[in-house]
Design a binder for this molecule. Structure first.
Ligand code: BTN
Length: 256
């Protein structure tokens, strides 16, 4: 990827001021954590890799990331209460959906909390991690993985899809990353200015879960009921079959 061209395409104030690009890395998330740890991380730093040997997703699941996909992490230095982390989750999912709609003209939907699906198959995922000190968030690390031109392994083909399969041609990764960096920063600024509402409304509009009967697994617990809403903290509001209303922060799996 032409990093100078990428930098020139950005109209951001923080995100992308430093871009570290690698042909291959274990995981851009792990790399981000290492440079935070050794004091070399910059607020707004972006780490992008051609391929990852040890990429991971939510719940520590392995994230298959061969060459051809878009795999990156973004680092933000921000002190805030730990409980606010859920507010950031919709922002990433929505940025990916908007990127796919604007740059590739395809309809994408969000499966709470942050799976992006096209034609019922997962095309992208995102993860929000934090570095916490004295019970306050100090750093935020956003991780995004998008199946763009990469092949999908046979064992995942029933559930995952690439952009190339959907549109029938390869895409240049640079404009996709540029769109995402700008979109994430603009939504993050809204978050800082306490204007998450419009992002959340758009997120709800793109959700494929709301209004459906779902089964949510969280550790040993399984909840079945109607997915009614997502609240400002990013929690799924579920009306269970026995009439209770519960707010689910995170889940191992959601099926409907
Ligand atoms: C998920 O759907 O569970 C989230 C997947 C996030 C994958 C990305 S790829 C770039 C970054 N580096 C990682 O190791 N993971 C994230």
């Amino acid at each position: 990827m032409d990093i100078q061209k990428l930098k020139d395409s950005l109209n951001t104030k923080i995100l992308g001021k430093e871009i570290l690009s690698f042909d291959r890395v274990d995981s851009t998330q792990r790399y981000a954590k290492r440079i935070i740890d050794n004091g070399r991380a910059k607020d707004g730093g972006v780490i992008v890799a051609g391929g990852q040997t040890d990429g991971y997703g939510r719940c520590g699941r392995k994230w298959f990331s061969p060459p051809g996909g878009l795999w990156f992490s973004a680092i933000l230095k921000k002190e805030m209460p730990v409980k606010d982390i859920g507010r950031l989750v919709p922002l990433l999912a929505l940025s990916i959906v908007e990127m796919l709609e604007n740059t590739a003209d395809i309809k994408a939907f969000i499966k709470w909390p942050n799976d992006i699906l096209v034609k019922d198959k997962k095309i992208a995922g995102s993860i929000v991690e934090t570095i916490v000190k004295d019970n306050r968030i100090e750093w935020i690390i956003f991780g995004i993985g998008i199946n763009v031109n990469n092949a999908i392994p046979k064992e995942l083909a029933g559930n995952a899809v690439s952009l190339k399969e959907v549109i029938g041609k390869e895409s240049d990764l640079m404009p996709l990353l540029s769109f995402l960096i700008c979109s994430i920063e603009s939504k993050y600024m809204d978050f800082l200015n306490d204007k998450c509402g419009s992002c959340l409304d758009k997120y709800r509009g793109k959700s494929m879960l709301l209004g459906k009967n779902v089964k949510v697994t969280q550790g040993e617990e399984v909840y079945s009921g109607m997915a009614e809403d997502v609240d400002i903290e990013g929690r799924l509001i579920l009306k269970t079959n026995d009439g209770k209303v519960i707010r689910v922060i995170a889940a191992d799996s959601v099926v409907f």
